[in-house]
Ligand binder design. Structure first.
Ligand SMILES: *Cc1c(COP(=O)(O)O)cnc(C)c1O
Length: 441
């Protein structure tokens, strides 16, 4: 069992009993030696495999998987996805420039979301020839029309409608209710499309919806797309034929999935490998059913689902200390490197790179930042840990490095990409000189 590199297996695993944790064919110990810690490690094979799951599940209709760049915007990951036919969902001019830097040929596969697009961002997107603007307000549509007229570039737009669908997830990442700031009330959309038909430089290209993130069941996606498909039928009767339905992103992953060992292969586990394949198939079936007879193009914008399980944050243990009844494992990685536990009370599996024998004990795994919110796990039962050990925080490929900061003047981690038996640095570790460079005295 030398390699586990398909989308339906965990990319981080112990090849045999007593062996160190691997990412695909590469040992995490060798990566930590080469690149230092804290270090983000990504499995390129896993990312490609998960993209393939969506592409296969949607093969029966015209579609485009637009990876949500904000989940992880590493240039090497964007290039890897673009080479396999992915498009991109961006939410800023900066993200567009990342796509242009990594894969300029993919500009025509970009959709631009976000409630606060600036004039400069709109101009850059128009000049780059992106596929579609997902417009979130009438004022934005007006600005888009004016800029398109000025630059003499036709702007393909979709209204992002708010379907008023409830999706059970963390309140910070739920977006599909009328009380949220996102989108345009679906009842208003028809009138806006009709008005836009008079604008020579606007093309009503599609309609889009995005109901939130880390949504684990297919039902809410189906409900949202059904409402959107109804709008498309109404518009068609009124003579406005939209070419695309953009179902947004948001499909969640199982943060409690376990690491495979030789004695407990991953396919024998609950929430095991087939989980991803099954989830994507359920998701695609729910969309398909909701689309009814729509024969245009389906766009989807997965972020987390493509990259989260493909990434881990590798940290070295600095100290193990006891305060009263509690044991703290202090690592060289901190909340500035991965803020999800502090921000969303997120749960991440923690796997020692070389597990020690002995009785598991409940410990807090924390970083060196001066905040009580600086933790990766509270009261987690882990095998004995000693200073110098390597730990990995799993499922950290999405909203990990992308949400990192320099809080406490900590340079951000290096990033490495594993493909087959090869690993390479895709972002060098920041230096303090990098941090000081923009400052003036
Ligand atoms: C964040 C976001 C996504 C991606 O969400 P995931 O949960 O990472 O799949 C897709 N579309 C829009 C508009 C978003 O804001």
């Amino acid at each position: 069992m030398a390699k586990q590199t398909t989308a339906s297996s965990r990319p981080f695993f112990y090849p045999q009993a007593g062996a160190a944790l691997h990412c695909g064919e590469v040992s995490i110990e060798s990566l930590a030696r080469r690149f230092g810690t804290p270090l983000y490690v990504y499995s390129g094979d896993q990312i490609a495999g998960r993209l393939g799951l969506f592409q296969q599940a949607l093969a029966g209709r015209e579609h485009l998987v637009c990876y949500a760049v904000k989940a992880n915007s590493a240039l090497a990951i964007l290039r890897l996805l673009a080479a396999r036919g992915a498009g991109f969902d961006i939410v800023s001019g900066g993200e567009l420039q990342r796509v242009l830097a990594a894969a300029p040929e993919a500009a025509s596969r970009v959709v631009f979301s976000g409630a606060g697009k600036t004039e400069a961002e709109i101009d850059l997107a128009l000049q780059s020839g992106i596929l579609q603007f997902n417009v979130e307000s009438e004022a934005e549509l007006k600005l888009l029309a004016a800029r398109a007229r000025k630059l003499k570039v036709r702007a393909r737009f979709a209204l992002r409608v708010n379907p008023d669908v409830f999706a059970e997830t963390h309140p910070y990442i739920s977006t599909g209710l009328s009380e949220h700031k996102f989108g345009i009330a679906i009842d208003r959309a028809r009138a806006i499309y009709k008005e836009a038909a008079n604008e020579r430089w606007l093309e009503a290209h599609g309609v889009s919806v995005h109901i939130g993130s880390q949504i684990r069941s297919a039902g809410p996606f189906g409900a949202a797309v059904a409402r959107v498909a109804g709008l498309v039928r109404t518009l068609r009767r009124a003579g406005i034929a939209l070419k695309a339905i953009d179902a947004g992103g948001g499909l969640g992953i199982d943060y409690h999935a376990l690491v495979a060992t030789a004695t407990q292969p991953v396919h024998a586990q609950k929430n095991g490998p087939c989980d991803a394949t099954v989830k994507v198939a359920e998701y695609a079936a729910a969309l398909e059913e909701a689309l009814g007879g729509f024969d245009g193009r389906l766009l989807i914008e997965p972020g987390r689902f493509l990259v989260a399980p493909a990434g881990a944050l590798v940290a070295r243990v600095l100290y193990v200390k006891r305060n009263g009844k509690k044991t703290f494992v202090i690592t060289d990685a901190a909340m500035n490197d991965l803020i999800r536990p502090a921000l969303y009370q997120a749960w991440h599996e923690i796997a020692p790179v070389r597990p020690r024998a002995g009785r598991p004990r409940a410990v807090d795994v924390v970083g060196p930042v001066c905040e009580s919110g600086d933790f990766f796990a509270h009261d987690r039962k882990l095998a004995p840990i000693a200073p110098g050990d390597l730990l990995t925080v799993l499922d950290a490929g999405a909203y990990g490095m992308a949400q990192s900061s320099n809080y406490n003047s900590r340079p951000r981690p290096a990033e490495a990409l594993v493909e087959g038996a090869k690993a390479r640095l895709i972002r060098r570790r920041e230096t303090v000189a990098d941090l000081l460079a923009p400052e003036l005295l």
